[in-house]
Write a protein that binds this ligand. Structure first.
Ligand code: NAP
Ligand code: GDD
Length: 329
């Protein structure tokens, strides 16, 4: 059988690393879009950590540069395209609303156009987000729940989501949109709340810091493990028909309770260390997210395999390990 070629945008991010490993283990030839950086020595840190840096081919490009994307797709001739690249940090999207719209929103159109023009038979995955539900319209959010984004990031993702649906309906692309709820791992960016907490817990445990400054402790999220969620992305592209799927655990927990679990993993008390810092509050908040993954379970035979307690233990242990070995991520 011919080797399948996958192109991953956002390959240097958290999900890009886990998806690369997953696809390589399935026998794929994996290619990635690499945003050029002056710090070339650190761009593939996650790919190195997960052990696949030598097994992927990286191509210089940017989601905002359509002609470059066309050139890469002509070279790679992918059978599957995973569009994971984005300005993905919600808080920054208020500081950089235009850039967020350009990359996270219009970047999707660029990828869809490049696909339509060069490889319309390729299967396309768009990384949509539970942030599109924002001010939730139903207590449990499914594929039929109305959207109400609360940030420039959420609005940009919603545009990308509808463009994916539109290219499917207009041009017959095999384009699927995964509405993924928050997913974390030891490779999560340090600015996101889970990783900030597990890194903080590890530093406090090792006497490197005393307090952990956080914003809204009452926000609730449906947190899963990135390793489980990249499998769902792949499953969507193995279906005969493209479609949209909510991917979630079906359990929601507050930031406060996440702290309690993370501190207790190392025998500490969260209340002794967590302090409120208003700089981390947001102009508009998504108070609670809770996904209903019934469709994914029934149609993809997908379920979240890792519990929140297991996820937290893995993240805290990885941060302790990194700090003890003076490693950075
Ligand atoms: P991440 O770690 O922030 O990775 C984002 C990736 O996008 C990085 O590889 C980054 O490259 C790349 N990128 C940013 N701007 C780019 C540009 N202009 N051109 C090309 N590449 C660019 O994000 P993640 O957590 O892996 O998430 C993957 C995708 O899923 C994102 O689209 C995110 O919005 C979406 N999503 C994530 C979650 C979640 O909970 N993780 C949930 C729902 C949806 P650099 O390494 O150069 O910065
Ligand atoms: N980052 C951060 N830092 N968040 C904090 C803090 C803090 O110090 N204190 C409280 N929070 C709260 C935020 O206000 C938010 O309600 C919640 O913790 C989660 O914040 P993040 O971890 O930054 O994630 P997010 O939910 O805003 O966005 C992530 O999930 C989306 C899916 O719902 C990102 O991965 C997005 O890219 C993704 O689409």
């Amino acid at each position: 059988m011919a080797v399948k070629h996958a192109l991953i945008t956002g390959i240097t991010g958290q999900d890009g690393a886990y998806l690369s490993k997953f696809l390589i283990e399935k026998g794929y030839e994996v290619h990635g879009l690499l945003r050029r950086s002056a710090s070339a020595d650190v761009v593939d840190t996650r790919l190195k950590w997960i052990g696949v840096a030598e097994n992927v081919t990286l191509h210089d490009g940017n989601l905002t540069d359509l002609s470059g994307l066309i050139r890469i797709l002509e070279t790679v001739e992918p059978t599957e395209i995973y569009n994971l690249a984005a300005q993905s940090f919600v808080k920054s999207s208020w500081q950089q609303p235009y850039l967020t719209g350009l990359v996270t929103g219009l970047g999707v159109t660029n990828m869809l156009e490049a696909t339509r023009l060069t490889c319309p038979q390729a299967r396309f995955y768009q990384a949509s987000s539970s942030e599109m539900f924002g001010l939730i319209q139903e207590p449990e959010q499914s594929e039929s729940t109305p959207f109400y984004p609360r940030s420039p990031y959420g609005a940009a993702k919603l545009y990308g989501h509808w463009m994916t649906v539109n290219y499917r309906e207009s041009f017959g692309l095999h384009a699927s949109s995964g509405i993924l709820f928050n997913h974390e791992s030891p490779l999560r960016g340090i600015e996101f709340v889970t990783r900030k907490i597990t890194d903080g817990v590890a530093r406090i445990k090792l006497d490197l810091q005393k307090t952990l400054p956080l914003g809204n402790l009452d926000a609730k999220r449906d947190w899963g493990h990135a390793r489980d969620y990249v499998k769902a992305m792949w499953l969507m592209l193995q279906q005969d028909e493209p479609d949209d799927y909510v991917i979630a655990t079906g359990r929601t927990v507050s930031v406060r309770d996440f702290c309690t679990l993370a501190f207790s993993h190392v025998g500490l008390n969260a209340e002794d260390h967590v302090v409120l810092d208003e700089r981390y509050l947001r102009p508009a908040e998504v108070n609670v997210l809770l996904g209903d993954p019934t469709k994914a379970r029934k149609k993809l035979d997908w379920v979240a395999e890792t519990t929140l307690e297991e996820l937290i233990a893995e993240m805290v242990d990885a941060d302790l390990d990194r700090l003890r070995h003076h490693e950075h991520l």
